[in-house]
Design a binder for this molecule. Sequence first.
Ligand code: NDP
Ligand code: GDR
Length: 363
Amino acid sequence: MSNQKTALITGVTGQDGAYLAELLLEKGYVVHGIKRRTSLFNTDRIDHLYQDPHEPDRRFVLHHGDLTDSSSLIRIIQQTQPDEIYNLAAQSHVAVSFEEPEYTANSDALGALRILEAIRILGLEKKTRFYQASTSELYGLVQEVPQTEKTPFYPRSPYAVAKLYAYWITVNYREAYGIYACNGILFNHESPIRGETFVTRKITRALSRIKLGLQDCLYLGNLDAKRDWGHARDYVEMQWLMLQQERPEDFVIATGVQYSVRDFVEAAARELGMSMTWSGQGVEEIGTDDQGKVIVQVDPRYFRPTEVETLLGDPSKAREKLGWVPKISFQKLVKEMVREDLKATERDELVKQHGFKAFDRHE
Ligand code: NDP
Ligand code: GDR
């Protein structure tokens, strides 16, 4: 009998899904991924892993499914009989969750329940290990600094409240049915393939475009928010490690270092050889370049009804029990993101030179 493992990844088309699929394929797994039906291709991040359905012995297989649709989840889990399920799919944007709270609850809270129930319905409690993508947003209005696995939760958005349900249902199914199920409480992690509307990528993309003259100004919300930012490539390794232990446990994954949004802007500008000067306060605050041109402005449309001002994780448990330390520093992360966005902007500039309009978005 083959001892080749099979994994199922929900959210395989997302940032973490792409890095995790790469990692598991390198480790020799058969990897199944769930993607949503969309009117345009949505597999940019995993196209380099794509295997044609006509190829024999494929190790990377995509299935149509949705976290809001139990029937698809049960069918895919039955067909694939996974040793490990990584539940990474979510409506993952905190600001959007205020606009789509019900959908966010359906996918992010009930989605986790649907998968756990599928494991039970199919009698896979002893076979299938389950990873839940929990989040530092659970801490919200922080009760303790730095945050550990024992810090109380105080969610501050529909997204975080939905993820709170998913966290506890994972714990409950572990205790009630003996499923190997665990939560990775991951702090913010970024990369060149981070979604363009999260603040880090928004900054590296916009500053690259400003540098090459394709955009005039970067509009941001709360510049004072502080986050503990790591690299997604480092963090997916932890997701895998958590499912390889003797007993299922929950872990905080973080770097233990904190920067503000303003710090991130400065670091990205530095990488691009641009100097930034700040002036004004609150909604009047602006950032100017060395020619005195305003390149950063505060736009209150990006403020959230309730904000998470500060997050800082303590990854001691992961270090001690999993032997894990993040390898990629904040400075290296910013450098890599800027380098990749600059390359993409150079391509856009070329397109513009050939008479095509470069589409300018402020989101
Ligand atoms: P992304 O937003 O990049 O990816 C989310 C994935 O979920 C995408 O593949 C998306 O599909 C898919 N998805 C969304 N809704 C559904 C649905 N209803 N059914 C099926 N699939 C769906 O997120 P990340 O990769 O950054 O994050 C992965 C997980 O980790 C998420 O659950 C997130 O909440 C959580 N998390 C992320 C952190 C971070 O800093 N990145 C930190 C802590 C937790 P599509 O491509 O079609 O949109
Ligand atoms: P976050 O990430 O909400 O922490 O959730 P995001 O990058 O969206 O915001 C971080 C902080 O930056 C402030 N901010 C802005 N944010 C965005 N998106 N756009 C802006 O223009 C802007 N200006 C300031 C925000 O107010 C916030 O304080 C991410 C997601 O990946 C979640 O899925 C995950 O659970 C958490 O990280 C950990």
